[in-house]
Every structure is written in structure tokens, then in C-alpha cells.
Design a protein around this ligand. Structure first.
Ligand code: HEC
Length: 141
């Protein structure tokens, strides 16, 4: 009968180096949480300068674009007497409401949010511009 060989090889895990790696990552955790930025109305008003060539916010007058007075919470394409594009009319009929999330997406990229929109505007690039101009619109109900 052949003898049974019973060699064992010891494991060779270097646990110490793993522990050091984990510890160094813990130090990278952010120490300073950014202060919740309050919407900046003055900045929002400045951003609105880029909308003013086509929109007013302080009266019911339509210009090249529809009035934005009270637009936050308004159904899309709901200003009677403004001639919306077919795309915007259909978006409104499909239930699009300009809440803050929808406005944020539209202002980031009008033609991505409403393909075929007549709003010739490239979009705002920074989230603070978007947030602050929405705060400014909200302040003009
Ligand atoms: C070059 C002109 C132009 C500029 C600049 C412009 N818009 Fe418009 N906007 C329009 C037109 C035209 C429409 C109608 C779009 C359609 O019918 O498809 C519109 C529609 C809108 C709507 C939908 C309104 C509704 O009643 O459904 C919102 C909201 C809006 N614009 C916000 C803005 C904001 C905020 C800015 C500035 C950041 C801006 N727009 C800049 C022309 C413009």
C-alpha cells in the first residue's frame, strides 16, 4: 500500500499591508462637508439676463418666448395666445409640468428635454446658474 503524503503548504497572506491600505483610505474621507448653498437670487437675476431677450418674468407679456411669470409649477405650453412649437404643445399635452426638476433639465439642454422646441438656447452649463435662475423665477410668481 502506498504511503499517504500529507504535506501542507502554509498560506502566505500579508494581512498587515491590507490593513495599512484601508487605514490610509479612511484618511481621504472628506472632512469638510460643503455648506448647503442657499439659492442666490442676485445671481439668478444676473443669469436671467440671458433669457431677457426673449422672455419677461414680471408681466403677462409674451415676447419671442412666452411670459415666465409664474412658470414654476405651470403646465408646459399653457399660455393662451402664445404660439408654441408643436413639440412643446405635445409635451404639455403629455403632462409636462415645469416643476424644478423639469426646469432644471430643460435649462441644461432645451432640445434634449423637448426635442424640436422652438427655444433657441444652448442651455446653461453650471448647476448653480440653473438653481439660481429657477429660484429667481420662483420669486416672481
Ligand atoms: C432666443 C430666445 C430665447 C431665449 C434666450 C430663452 N428662451 Fe425660453 N423660450 C423661447 C421660446 C421661443 C419658447 C417656446 C418654445 C416652444 O414653443 O417650443 C421658450 C419656452 C420656454 C419655457 C417653457 C414655457 C412654457 O410656457 O411652457 C421656459 C420654462 C423657458 N423658455 C425658460 C427660459 C429661461 C429660464 C431662459 C434663460 C435661461 C430662456 N428660456 C431663454 C425662447 C427663448
Amino acid at each position: 500500500m502506498a504511503g499517504v503524503r500529507n504535506e501542507r503548504r502554509g498560506g502566505n497572506v500579508d494581512a498587515a499591508s491590507l490593513v495599512l491600505l484601508a487605514a490610509s483610505h479612511a484618511l481621504l474621507l472628506p472632512i469638510l462637508a460643503p455648506a448647503a448653498a442657499a439659492a442666490d437670487l442676485a445671481h439668478g437675476k444676473r443669469v436671467f439676463q440671458t433669457c431677457r431677450s426673449c422672455h419677461v418674468v414680471d408681466s403677462d407679456a409674451n415676447r419671442f418666448g412666452p411670459t415666465l411669470k409664474g412658470v414654476v409649477g405651470r403646465k408646459a405650453a399653457s399660455i393662451a395666445g402664445f404660439s408654441y412649437s408643436q413639440a412643446m404643445t405635445e409635451a404639455g399635452a403629455a403632462g409636462l409640468v415645469w416643476d424644478e426638476a423639469a426646469l432644471s433639465e430643460f435649462l441644461y439642454s432645451p432640445k434634449r428635454k423637448v426635442p424640436g422646441t422652438a427655444m433657441r438656447f444652448w442651455g446653461l452649463w453650471s448647476q448653480s446658474e440653473i438653481d439660481d435662475v429657477i429660484a429667481y423665477l420662483k420669486a416672481n410668481p
